[in-house]
Design a protein around this ligand. Structure first.
Ligand code: PEP
Ligand code: MG
Length: 755
């Protein structure tokens, strides 16, 4: 038998010529398999391609019965070929028939062949098909032959990815790569978007697969790995990175991978087999990914992402790819797909071009989601595998209402969603028509509707939504999207712009609410076991008075001559409010001493988010000018459910008796003490729960700007006194079995209230 390694290089050279020839796809594929068979001295070479229905179809063969082409087929996981595709691993057998998965396909006449070597045709870790060689004699294929066949499979992966083989599919069938897929995730921000996929970290497409000079390519690779290692060392030595924590851990993992000799060796081998340096990186990346994708251990899966990132860095280095060029060609209907993403990165995209955001990770309260929500962008989170399943430019639909993502949707689905979008637009139009209508209930109660904000991009929504003011301005967002701590004058300028754009409408600034899940990259405390119960918000501000005083001064200066409304997050004891007041007094004195103009009125409030305050309600109301209920946190702490943990966050009902009773006690304390009470958590923006709030006595709420219209529509149809009578009776009835939610739904139905 001839030495099979006569050469992968010769084979690839021949394939390169075949790829360049003007041939029909079937002819090209037939010649490719013939070439492989010849070169590998195999009696058979066959190529199977995965269809969207999970079937592997024989697309070309040299050696098996040619009449079986496009007829012989195996299901994913079935037979040797199906096993290879499902496991994304090669099979190297000296006696194929003895393998338990062997399945005889009579139409191919393959029983006379004993040895079998099959490799998956991979792209980004996904199996697109299987390439097989067979011999009559029993033999074991050598490692370098396996490697050579895998390298050859890359050429076929490219043919499939470029759509060339699509032309060979029979009518009514399609290839797996172009198969429509639906991904179930979680709804993080409502809205529906139809558009085109933009991979936040674009997959680098290697077009130059086959090398002319292996030594030159190896030098290129070694050089690129050298600079990659240096850049990681450089990142690790930078001072901004604290000595502990997740960020460092990731970089250490990168360093470990970058110095992994096995990785480098595998890439060098692929180059020796004929690939360019970049194609070798891609090949080894794809093989590793395919293997690691099957891991279920979350820690190891995370490491897979690290490895993938690292390989991408290397690819960028070798191809000179810059993401800049991507931004230029951004479609006007972009649906961004990312594994994870920082809030600032989202703001780098032109707002007008973004219709949705799909995240593989993330939690509903993560920074990026807060920012996306504020910008009115639909977000689906926990969309497993989304990035690998989508290609740049694919059509896609994001359904932020139901937490679904559809990639390459079929025409009927597109039509259904277009209809949904039209309906939504019509509803929005109706809500817009309500913009200047006063929010007065059917029985004449005037309700104050304000919006939540945190960035300058939110401000135009003030007049568009018809909100009366900003009931919650989350000042930490400016800090979260900045790479360094905003300086005193930056804070002051920012607050001044907010007040200017609010054009006299009231703005309630909340002092820094960092800590917990709101982490600043440049300001790290110690790792905490329970960050939600840890060093955060007002606690952190009181322990770092310099930080708080800078912010207070910036607020006082920005509101010179106007009214300043501010409130404190996460207050637990009334004494904390007093402590901040004292600091505030010092700032006022300081500013007056240096002749600065002060705000003409100062309103000082507290957020009610910690249950301990429920037993200090009168003392609290005595201490402040107003109270704002942060129902997101108050619910989290009352029910002991982590608001960011999807498994428990919705376990208990916010409209259940316990929580509604608590909220009612707060309103009553406000009435008793003549202290205005408002509520700015998520429930204010949902019509049914906002209706409940009215029923228990709230007359002021603050919500995301897109909710103002639907809430106003609900209010206009609501007879509050009537609802209050029934709801209060149900809440007072200890033994009553009717849940307040059922009662509310019934009431809305009976009175045709849009909820
Ligand atoms: C809340 O807790 O309800 C609230 C409005 O604050 P945040 O969501 O910013 O914690
Ligand atoms: Mg809160």
């Amino acid at each position: 038998m001839r030495d099979l390694s006569a050469g992968p290089r010769v084979l690839l050279k021949r394939l390169r010529e075949l790829m360049a020839e003007p041939l029909e796809p079937q002819e090209r594929l037939d010649r490719i398999v013939r070439q492989i068979a010849n070169n590998m001295v195999a009696e058979v070479c066959s190529c199977y391609v995965l269809r969207s229905d999970g079937v592997l179809e024989l697309y070309a063969t040299e050696g098996l019965n040619k009449d079986a082409v496009h007829l012989a087929q195996l299901k994913m996981g079935q037979g040797l070929v199906g096993t290879i595709a499902a496991s994304a691993q090669p099979l190297n057998l000296s006696d194929a028939q003895a393998h338990p998965a062997f399945r005889y396909l009579p139409e191919t006449g393959e029983e006379i062949y004993h040895s079998f070597l099959g490799v998956p045709i991979l792209r980004a870790g996904r199996s697109l098909g299987v390439l097989v060689v067979q011999n009559k004699a029993q033999r074991n294929y050598r490692e370098d032959e396996v490697e050579a066949l895998e390298t050859t499979a890359m050429v076929l992966a490219e043919m499939i990815a470029t759509g060339e083989l699509k032309k060979l599919t029979r009518p009514g069938l399609e290839l797996d790569l172009t198969r429509p897929v639906s991904i179930e995730g979680d709804s993080y921000s409502e809205g529906i978007g139809l558009g085109h996929v933009v991979l936040h970290e674009p997959r680098i497409v290697v077009t130059n697969l086959l090398n002319e000079d292996a030594d030159k390519e190896i030098r290129k690779l070694v050089e690129a790995i050298g600079s990659l290692r240096l850049s990681i060392d450089d990142m690790l030595s930078r001072r901004e990175i604290s000595m502990e924590g997740e960020h460092r851990e990731v970089l250490e993992t990168y360093r470990m991978f970058a110095h992994d000799q096995g990785w480098v060796r595998r890439m060098e081998e692929a180059i020796r087999n004929g690939l360019t340096a970049e194609a070798a990186v891609e090949k080894v990346q794809s093989d590793t990914k395919a293997r690691m994708m099957r891991l279920t251990d979350p820690y190891l899966r995370e490491r897979m992402h690290d490895f993938d990132d690292l390989a991408n860095r290397l690819l960028r280095q070798l191809t000179g790819f810059s993401s800049q060029s991507m931004a230029e060609g951004l479609p006007t209907d972009a649906i961004i797909f990312a594994r994870a993403m920082g809030a600032a990165e989202l703001l780098d995209y032109p707002r007008g071009n973004v219709r949705g955001l799909v995240l593989e990770d993330g939690a509903v309260t993560s920074h990026i989601v807060i920012v996306a929500k504020a910008m009115g962008i639909a977000v689906v989170g926990q969309a497993a595998g989304a990035v690998a399943l989508a290609e740049n430019g694919d059509t896609a639909i994001i359904d932020g209402d139901d937490g679904k993502v559809h990639v390459r949707p079929v025409a009927d689905l597109v039509k259904a969603y277009e209809e949904k979008v039209r309906l939504r637009a019509r509803r929005q139009e109706q809500f817009r028509a309500l913009r200047d209508v006063e929010p007065v209930t059917k029985d004449g109660k005037r309700i104050k509707l304000q919006m939540n904000a945190g960035l300058l991009v939110d401000l135009p929504q003030l007049s568009e939504s018809g909100a009366e003011g900003i009931g919650l301005f989350r000042t930490e967002l400016q800090f979260m999207i900045s790479s360094t701590m905003p300086k005193a004058d930056e804070q002051e300028n920012f607050y001044r712009s907010v007040l200017k754009q609010a054009e006299g409408r009231p703005v309630t600034f909340r002092t820094l609410d960092i800590g917990g899940d709101k982490v600043l990259p440049y300001f790290r405390g110690h790792e905490e076991e329970n960050p939600a119960l840890g060093w955060r918000a007002i606690r952190l501000s009181l322990d770092r008075p310099g930080l708080l005083r800078t912010q207070l001064r910036a607020l006082l200066k920005a509101a010179a001559g106007a009214e300043l409304k501010m409130m404190l997050p996460m207050v637990t004891e009334v004494s904390e409010i007093r402590a901040v007041r004292e600091l505030m007094q010092k700032e006022v004195q300081h500013l007056s001493k240096f002749g600065h103009q002060l705000p003409k009125k100062l309103q000082f409030g507290a957020m009610l988010e910690v249950p301990a305050l429920l037993w200090q309600l009168d003392a609290l109301m005595n201490e402040v000018d107003f109270v704002s209920v942060g129902s997101n946190d108050l619910f989290q702490f009352t029910m002991a459910v982590d608001r960011g943990n999807a498994r428990v966050a919705d376990r208990f009902d916010v409209l259940g008796k316990p929580f509604l009773r608590i909220l009612r006690d707060i309103v009553r304390a406000g009435e008793r003490n003549n202290t205005p009470v408002t509520l700015c958590g998520e429930i204010a923006g949902r019509p049914l729960s906002a209706m409940a709030l009215m029923g228990i006595g709230f007359r002021s709420i603050s919500m995301s700007p897109t909710a103002i219209g639907p809430i106003k529509a609900m209010l206009l149809a609501l007879d509050v006194d009537r609802l209050a009578a029934g709801l209060n009776a149900a809440l007072d009835d200890d033994a009553g079995l009717v849940s307040p939610r059922d009662l509310l739904v019934q009431f809305a139905n009976d009175h045709e209230i849009p909820v």
